[in-house]
Ligand binder design. Structure first.
Ligand code: ADP
Ligand code: MG
Ligand code: MG
Length: 885
């Protein structure tokens, strides 16, 4: 098999084999753009190495062949003592994993070649600057030494010279630093830094292979749902030098603003620098527009090339470039990560520009992004001055306790605390802390710094480069320019939309997109873009979207958010608050008249609930679930009640008869495992007066709505059914009450009667149940609990972290549907139900109805609708459409 491809042989469609970076370099080469020549070792070779611990046979021969060709093109040879060819060895898997794997630059420098390079370039400083970079990158990446060793030595050197910036180090300093680094390597590993360029090259390649499995790369993949077995490609490329001097430099460019989507060329530039200097924040880069003055010719050329790339990729591109003595080189391109806001704006712009069509625009945005646009933001703070201002790198509003290192962030977050990770700058080692935090705040670095890029990718709030802040991780505090000291644990609010930081927790308000749904107002281009894309979504999607709503207010909101009905109206919420006492009275009733009196008191209240909801959803289906949870949930807590009575007794008081009766009832109804106890249809069968009251309330509400000229469309849903006979018995009772009310009022009260499918037995006997049920609604929360045998309230803290860690699942099955198990139940039940009743209506009413990946599954499973909370309705509309195109 072929393991190595020259940049002239590949293309963008080969990202699986060559990695995203390799494919992009090949594509740019094919387009005739100035890319330093090189070649790519395939991901397949990496997989072989990771599997067996050895390279594929013949790999070395292939590399040597391509290296010879590269030396020919470059006109320089690796290891040549007069004019050495230097190489970069760069990682890059199929999916972009910015900064998660390793890259080694300046391969080929040795004690001998560095002198040659200094002489031929007539630039000693540049040669030794490159050498010390190689020593550090090789030392950390290949030899596994701690980065702090090298940083510490550099820091001491700068401190000795009274410098704050690497740029101030002269040739003699750097020559000295090289000796210090070499001594460091010798003492830490017992061996000298290899003076054989080929050994450097092959060791670097192996280190890049191994970096696929570094801890941070694994963590990143788990978070981004990237498979673990893809492997990375290795790109071996001729070096070009941004650290040559002031007429050289390196930078990052975006073809549109990745934060807002605004058109134009954005980015950062740092002169006299190489490699990661821009993103690591070691020195603050200047905005790319400055390049117009520094080097107009290169700036123009960059503009031309970025334009070409954007048209070619038909999307926002993110480009790395280097200028070597006035000559521009492109080092990388990819379709750039962007904020949710930018994604919607850019998709709409590209449609306007004729680069993509409306269906393609649907593919360019995600439900998750739309969900983020609906998150609340901070309300205006008036004149209250912020603690600090930085660069708004990733939008959103987040509040949490300030913490100063990754480990502390992880510790506190695991204990349920919300935290903000505050650092001078972040490095890949901070990734666990960034994952755990609500927001990231740094005092250094620009929009393309590590913190900004990674936070944006994760949709985390980020403010970076807040330079007035003095961050002191060792003292666990930061200080503002006014002298305010914020210590670890103090709550701060970070606004990633405008780049401000405030002390304390700021109040929240609706986002502009949420406000648009709520009030139909707002005409910014973001709102227009969202509206336009959702309109298209409504045209192409097959599934309907309903909402879970228990009040007329929620129902009305759901309608404004585009719901086509209510998929789940929970009646238990209607028994809380004041009405709890009536429920208590019903439970405590000893005689039929007592019980009837309690139910009669509840009836008008329930009827008013239903009337309001049916009015808010006039003309659309409203699926009402009969009372579901265990009755004792409406009674006081057993332990508290026992304690209160015991205390009263101890004080010698005569026990309150009501409290005594309550305790007796609580004890009688106590269940060891209430979620599998007396609830749902079981309750309806043993306490029949209760559902008769509920059904009467529904039917009377229907009659009222008819009388008012409305179009009420209730559907009655029976929860927790396991056997068709349960449903048959309850249905008979429901029909009896409906007919009774019809006779009394003369109204047409008939309505569909269906069931929830939330027990495995129901799913497995769905054919029988469909004989009785006119619709199925999959209660995926309970179905997940019962299919896995997980008690949701107990397992999430107890062992889900370990399960996620071990990869048993990569998200909680309560968040994203377990398609293999729970999904299969749904498929079986739908098929068997429809075989018996072809017009059986099927929907989902669990949390999963608003989860993007789950919505996609439900579409493919052929369900008729999903139902989710009102705020998730737009997300489900979008995802249902994206699944159809
Ligand atoms: P990452 O995937 O982390 O971005 P890269 O492989 O892109 O890693 O390398 C990091 C940096 O190294 C790039 O931004 C670029 O500035 C520099 N670099 C890589 N290859 C070369 C090269 N051939 N010449 C000069 N600089 C290079
Ligand atoms: Mg890169
Ligand atoms: Mg349930």
């Amino acid at each position: 098999a072929k393991n190595v491809y020259d940049f002239t042989e590949g293309g963008r469609e080969m990202a699986g084999l060559l990695g995203g970076k390799g494919a992009g370099l090949a594509e740019m080469t094919k387009m005739g753009l100035p890319v330093p020549p090189g070649f790519t070792v395939t991901t397949e070779a990496c997989r072989h190495y990771l599997r067996t611990g050895t390279e594929p046979g013949g790999l070395r021969r292939e590399i040597e062949k391509h290296l010879a060709a590269l030396e020919h093109t470059a006109g320089r040879r690796l290891g040549d003592v007069h004019e050495p060819l230097l190489l970069s060895v760069r990682s890059g898997g199929r999916n972009s994993m910015p900064g998660m794997m390793e890259t080694v630059l300046d391969i080929g420098l040795t004690d001998a070649t560095v002198r040659g390079l200094a002489e031929t370039a007539r630039q000693e400083r540049f040669a030794y600057d490159s050498y010390r970079r190689l020593l550090q990158m090789y030392g950390t990446t290949v030899l596994g030494l701690d980065r702090g060793l090298f940083d510490g030595a550099l820091h001491r050197m700068k401190a000795d010279r009274g410098l704050t910036d690497d740029a101030g180090l002269d040739a003699a300093d750097l020559t000295g630093l090289v000796e210090v680094y070499k001594a460091l390597i010798r003492s830490a590993t017992g061996a000298d830094f290899p003076q054989d360029p080929r050994e450097q090259l092959y060791e670097a390649i192996r280190a890049v292979f191994r970096s696929w499995n570094s801890e941070r790369a694994r963590l990143y993949r788990r978070r981004e749902h990237i498979p673990d077995d893809l492997g990375t490609a290795v790109n071996i490329q001729m070096m070009v030098f941004g650290n040559y001097g002031p007429d050289s430099g390196t930078g990052v460019a975006f073809t549109r603003d990745p934060a807002t989507g605004q058109r134009g060329v954005y980015g950062d530039y740092l002169s006299g620098a190489q490699g990661e200097d821009v993103v690591s924040g070691v020195r603050n880069a200047v905005p790319l527009t400055e390049l117009r003055h520094l080097d107009p010719a290169s700036y123009r050329a960059l503009g031309d090339f970025t334009g070409l790339l954007e048209t070619h990729y038909r999307d926002l591109c993110d480009i790395e470039f280097t200028i070597e003595r006035g000559r521009l080189w492109l080092l990388q391109t990819r379709v750039g990560k962007r904020t949710a806001e930018a994604a919607f704006r850019i998709a709409a712009q590209l449609v306007d520009e004729g680069l993509i069509d409306e269906d393609e625009a649907l593919a360019r945005v995600t439900g998750e992004q739309l969900g983020r646009l609906l998150f609340p933001r901070f309300a205006a703070t008036g004149d209250r001055p912020p603690l600090a201002r930085g660069i708004p790198a990733s939008p959103g509003a987040a509040t949490g306790a300030a913490v100063f290192d990754s480990a502390e962030a992880v510790r506190r977050a695991a204990a349920g605390e919300k935290v903000v990770l505050v650092r001078r700058e972040t490095t890949p080692d901070d990734l666990p802390g960034m994952v755990a935090a609500q927001a990231v705040l740094t005092s250094r670095g620009g929009k393309t710094s590590h913190a900004a890029v990674v936070a944006r990718g994760m949709g985390k709030v980020c403010v970076c480069g807040a330079e007035q802040l003095k961050v002191e991780p060792a003292l666990r505090r930061f200080t503002t320019s006014e002298g305010t000291v914020i210590t670890e644990g103090s709550v701060i609010s970070v606004d990633g939309t405008n780049g401000t930081v405030h002390v304390g927790a700021l109040p929240l308000e609706d986002s502009p997109v949420a406000a648009y749904f709520e009030h139909g107002t707002g005409d910014g281009d973001l709102v227009k873009a969202v509206d336009r894309i959702l309109r298209r979504a409504d045209e192409v999607r097959r599934m309907e979207v309903r909402a879970n709503a228990d009040t007329p207010q929620d129902a009305a909101r759901a309608r404004r958010f585009g719901a086509q009905g209510i998929g789940l109206c929970r009646t238990e919420h209607m028994f809380l608050g004041e009405r709890r006492r009536l429920v208590e009275a019903m439970i405590l009733a000893r005689t039929d008249p007592e019980r009837r009196a309690a139910l009669d008191a509840l009836l008008p209240l329930q009827r008013a609930d239903f009337t309001g909801i049916l009015e808010a959803m006039d003309g659309l289906p409203v699926t009402i679930r009969l009372l579901d949870p265990p009755l004792h949930e409406f009674l006081p807590d057993r332990t508290e009640l026992t304690a209160a009575l015991a205390a009263a007794e101890a004080r010698g008081e005569t026990p309150d008869p009501h409290a005594t009766a309550l305790l007796a009832a609580v004890n009688r109804m106590h269940e060891a495992n209430p979620m599998l106890g007396l609830r749902g249809v079981r309750l309806a069968l043993v306490a029949p007066g209760l559902i008769a009251m509920q059904v009467r309330a529904i039917a009377e509400a229907v009659a009222e709505r008819h009388a008012a000229g409305g179009d009420p469309r209730p559907e009655i849903m029976v929860p927790l059914v396991a056997s068709e006979l349960e449903l048959h018995l309850v249905k008979t009772e429901i029909k009896r009450v409906l007919a009774e009310v019809a006779a009394e009022t003369g109204a047409v009260t008939g309505c569909p009667i269906g069931t929830m499918i939330e027990l495995p037995r129901a799913a497995l006997t769905a054919g029988r149940i469909a004989e009785e049920a006119e619709f199925f609604s999959y209660g995926t929360n309970d179905l997940t609990q019962t299919v896995w045998g997980f008690s949701r309230d107990d397992v999430e803290a107890a062992f889900f972290p370990a399960y996620l860690e071990k990869g048993i699942f990569d998200t909680s099955p309560f968040e994203t549907l377990d398609t293999q198990g729970v999904g299969r139940m749904i498929e079986i039940a739908t098929a068997e139900g429809r075989a018996v009743r072809p017009d059986l209506e099927t929907g989902v009413c669990g949390e999963h109805g608003g989860d993007p990946a789950s919505v996609r599954f439900f579409h493919h499973a052929g369900l008729d609708y999903v139902s989710c909370s009102p705020f998730r309705v737009p997300v489900a509309r979008l995802e249902a459409a994206r699944a159809s195109v």
